[in-house]
Design a protein around this ligand. Sequence first.
Ligand SMILES: *[C@@H]1O[C@H](CO)[C@@H](O)[C@H](O)[C@H]1NC(C)=O
Ligand SMILES: *[C@@H]1O[C@H](CO)[C@@H](O)[C@H](O)[C@H]1NC(C)=O
Ligand SMILES: *[C@@H]1O[C@H](CO)[C@@H](O)[C@H](O)[C@H]1NC(C)=O
Ligand SMILES: *[C@@H]1O[C@H](CO)[C@@H](O)[C@H](O)[C@H]1NC(C)=O
Ligand SMILES: *[C@@H]1O[C@H](CO)[C@@H](O)[C@H](O)[C@H]1NC(C)=O
Length: 594
Amino acid sequence: MPRLGTETALLRHVFRSQCVFLILCMVWCSPPDDPIKCSAQTSNCTITNSYGAFPDRSVCQAAETVYPTSEKELVAVVAKATMSKRKMKVATRYSHSIPKLVCPDGEEGLLITTKYLNHTLEVDAAKMTMKVESGVTLRELINQAAKAGLALPYAPYWWGLTVGGLLGTGAHGSSLWGKGSSVHDHVIGLRIVTPAGPEDGYAKVRVLNNSHPDMDAAKVSLGVLGVISQITFQLQPIFKRSITNLVKNDSDLADEAVRFGNQHEFADMTWYPSQGKVIYRIDDRVSTNLSGNGLNDFIGFRSTLSLSLALVRSSEEIQESTKNADGKCISSKITTSTLMGGGFGLTNDGVSFKGYPVIGYHNRLQASGSCLDSPRDSHITACPWDPKVKSQFFHQTTVSIGLSNVKNFIQDVQELIALEPKAMCGLELYDGILMRYVKASSAYLGKQEDAIDFDMTYYRSKNPLTPRLFEDIYEEVEQMALFKYGGLPHWGKNRNVAFDGAIKKYHNSREFLRVKEAYDPLGLFSSQWTDQVLGLQTGVTIIKEGCALEGLCICSQDIHCAPDKGYFCRPGRVYKDARVCTRLTSHNNMPLQL
Ligand SMILES: *[C@@H]1O[C@H](CO)[C@@H](O)[C@H](O)[C@H]1NC(C)=O
Ligand SMILES: *[C@@H]1O[C@H](CO)[C@@H](O)[C@H](O)[C@H]1NC(C)=O
Ligand SMILES: *[C@@H]1O[C@H](CO)[C@@H](O)[C@H](O)[C@H]1NC(C)=O
Ligand SMILES: *[C@@H]1O[C@H](CO)[C@@H](O)[C@H](O)[C@H]1NC(C)=O
Ligand SMILES: *[C@@H]1O[C@H](CO)[C@@H](O)[C@H](O)[C@H]1NC(C)=O
């Protein structure tokens, strides 16, 4: 899930083009491209993600794409490919995962897209359950549930994800209450199509519920078990929420962070370390008789004029190339205050933001993504990260840190910021560090303990060999989160380094592999990337010139950074075991001691 992009708010504010913009949008909003492009109808295809680039910038190929419209067709597709021992991967409508989960190995693979597996099959208002096909988007799930008076209590904030995709990557919202914020922990039934032997016609539908021992593997599977065809959710009666964003300084964040999550059901925090601010989202269920018809249309997920996107990106590129840290800090303050003033896109009545609290029905507040609305194809407006126009291009480092380590991690980051106060202004241009609560799960590849997920989005150069401003600080925070504090990477985000040794942090990874072996013994749904992530092959990190700049490796030699541009491999400043690409100046020109 993207969660970005809000510098456009700045320009929006400057131009005050909201009205014109809305009208334009009704006519000319451009939908995201299909991530799959085939040169001959459905064959000779390439696939990318919605950002147009994988961490290693490779282009993934597949010989063919199929578009099943029902489970029956899906079974036939999997059977045919299994019979010929063909590699397969499941693709989704928009392809939001950053890592290469969607790529089949080689060039002969088959892509099975769930684009047309998007039907709501059954809504049982009495039992409060809902059965959908795996290509249904979160938006559709929320809307269909609401029609029956039901709600999925916790979910990611971006509604362009499909339910199959968000389960596969363990996506979540923010809560420590009840079963917690992971969507997969609200699943009560799954149907998954896997390869099979000739006696079963080469494919079979496995029907799982929560008493089935394989459910904990299938709920978060990285797509390597087969194709999930149907999912049944346990929902709740629809309810109202009351949201207040409270801005405070961050001096006691380390102490407050854990406590806050226990105080409010839908709590989250947005941290702006260089500004020394945190926004605490005080967010709870309230009685439905409280008045308010609030709506969330998050500014960073709205259709945005391509012209603004290009201007914002250009100014970011110029600030980077001129190492203008002050410029970034000025921009980030304007961006943040503009967003705050606009309630981040919240309105009290669906029209205007008059102040907090914003009270409204959960289904209108829990997620948004209006930039997906797309009456016609043009390039005048787009989602802020749409690669077909000049727009945002970033890395996302998203790591869950166990609650017992959160305090120390936050203090370490604050110590780093005390040394380099302007370092995180660049990240604040992407609306700071989003901190979401997530609970331990029984899913084998789910969270191992209650945690806070720290979600950081920051500048990525179009040139893989160009370091970013405060490169070393970002790398040090990333390595601290992952290695000093043993954080778990979000499966659908992150750069390669985050997955280095990650599987060892899962107590039941062997159980997961046992199920994988049983469901897909030939590994037809696996790829080199998934094997590497699951620890079955080495090579999750890639060693080459400049590799540390893109998070493909942790530097161990200067050449992994950009010595010709003054960036050398050095220890971290707070976390001494970190190895980061540091720009050498007269202050820190010490030799490397590895
Ligand atoms: C596949 O597409 C590429 C470029 O899009 C082209 O060079 C190649 O010849 C095509 N191959 C086949 C078998 O059509
Ligand atoms: C399913 O997706 C297709 C393609 O995006 C769309 O045309 C169709 O209306 C969708 N169907 C449902 C039931 O949402
Ligand atoms: C779970 O599935 C099994 C069959 O696999 C069935 O016997 C059992 O009744 C199901 N349990 C629930 C709660 O649906
Ligand atoms: C932060 O706020 C607290 C009160 O909430 C105050 O005591 C403290 O001095 C403030 N710190 C800074 C650096 O402004
Ligand atoms: C709202 O409902 C609560 C019970 O849920 C009740 O105590 C309260 O009096 C009601 N308020 C109004 C204004 O009706």
